[in-house]
Write a protein that binds this ligand. Structure first.
Ligand SMILES: Cc1cc2nc3c(=O)[nH]c(=O)nc-3n(C[C@H](O)[C@H](O)[C@H](O)COP(=O)(O)OP(=O)(O)OC[C@H]3O[C@@H](n4cnc5c(N)ncnc54)[C@H](O)[C@@H]3O)c2cc1C
Length: 325
């Protein structure tokens, strides 16, 4: 194994914030093993600035692959580019990726084409002698499994958003960016605009603050006060599954094991019990505020601040306090 390689994710030249979490994990792993860290950036011809952002962090080098066929995203083109460029990361790199819709799509094929293993949705990584042990949730987040690649640590690992929150170490001096030219054949499929961006104004996985409502709000019309509170906090609105199943909010607002995984700075859970399938999607938030009339509700186990009481009294009081401020 020659290096720890970060496979960055970007869109429109802007790094996906989880890329920096993965970089931080890469720096820690590489530091402990005495290996260099390399970042691989796959981008469209007009998205090259994503690599510049990475050059400010403590890395050995940034390898940029810019090609018109890499935007919009198509799995086949990303696969071709990543396969060619990984060769530039030295023999058998240990590759870390963000666990996103995009990498869920092409990382399994990439690992298979390289004849290596892939461990997905990793929440913790540790060296145990020469073995790289990973924790990952199983059974909808009820248990954490400890797993490792039997053939050795070289291979692919996708890391869960919010699991490695510490910021990456900055570079002492600008890191070199190496442009790597690849041939990408015309893909057999053509991509349309990304599904999420087409339907929703904001990607919840990128939101800095989220106000989420649960079944405790009783009726769809009560979402109005949730929206008001969210607007005052500069937050996005999300929900537990029953609200999305009822059609009160679109399915892409659902947080949890069968919805989105988010890691905002602030997550306000209102009338949400804290079922494990919900917690698995939001427990990586930096500060969690829970409002629930049941003081025994499991949401309070992960909350930094808990307000045990009637949300129909607490939420309007919060709104007027914020208005007054
Ligand atoms: C395979 C599978 C996948 C799932 N995936 C997801 C998922 O992705 N996301 C998800 O969220 N769920 C998911 N679920 C469902 C999950 O198990 C729970 O049923 C769901 O999260 C409960 O939603 P809730 O907390 O809004 O409702 P409830 O569990 O009904 O909780 C409502 C809460 O509101 C409180 N409350 C009621 N009235 C008030 C009031 N006036 N003031 C204050 N508090 C009040 C109650 O005390 C209660 O704690 C999944 C389930 C399965 C089986």
């Amino acid at each position: 194994m020659s290096s720890v390689c970060l496979l960055a994710e970007q869109s429109g030249g802007k790094l996906n914030p989880i890329t920096l979490e993965v970089l931080s994990a890469a720096q820690t792993l590489a530091g402990a093993a005495g290996l260099p860290v390399r970042a691989l950036v796959l981008c469209g011809a007009d998205e090259t600035q994503a690599a510049d952002a990475l050059a400010g962090y403590a890395l050995d080098k940034v390898i940029r692959v810019a090609h018109a066929r890499l935007a919009p995203y198509v799995a086949e083109s990303h696969l071709a580019a990543a396969l060619a460029a990984l060769a530039a990361c030295g023999s058998d790199p240990l590759v870390l990726l963000p666990h996103t819709y995009q990498t869920r799509d092409y990382a399994p094929r990439l690992a298979a084409r390289r004849g290596q293993g892939l461990i997905t949705d990793v929440t913790a990584l540790r060296w145990r002698e020469s073995r790289l042990e990973c924790s990952r949730p199983v059974y909808g987040g009820k248990l954490a499994a400890e797993v490792y690649l039997r053939a050795g640590p070289a291979g692919f690992y996708s890391l869960q958003a919010g699991a490695f929150p510490q910021p990456p170490a900055p570079a002492a001096r600008p890191v070199p960016i190496e442009d790597f030219a690849v041939e990408i054949p015309a893909p057999r499929v053509l991509a349309e605009a990304p599904f999420q961006e087409a339907r929703q104004s904001v990607d919840l996985s990128q939101a800095a603050a989220i106000v989420a409502a649960g079944r405790g709000i009783k009726e769809a019309k009560n979402l109005e006060m949730i929206r008001q509170l969210a607007a005052q906090l500069g937050a996005e609105v999300a929900a537990s599954r029953p609200l999305c199943d009822s059609g009160w909010l679109p399915m892409d607002c659902q947080i949890g094991s069968s919805g989105q995984t988010v890691a905002p700075r602030l997550y306000v859970a209102i009338g949400i019990s804290g079922a494990i399938q919900h917690l698995v999607g939001m427990k990586g938030a930096r500060t969690i505020v829970a409002i629930n009339k049941d003081p025994e509700a499991p949401i309070f186990e992960v909350a930094d601040y808990g307000l045990a009481g009637d949300l129909f009294a607490i939420v309007p009081a919060l709104i007027s306090a914020l208005n007054a401020a």
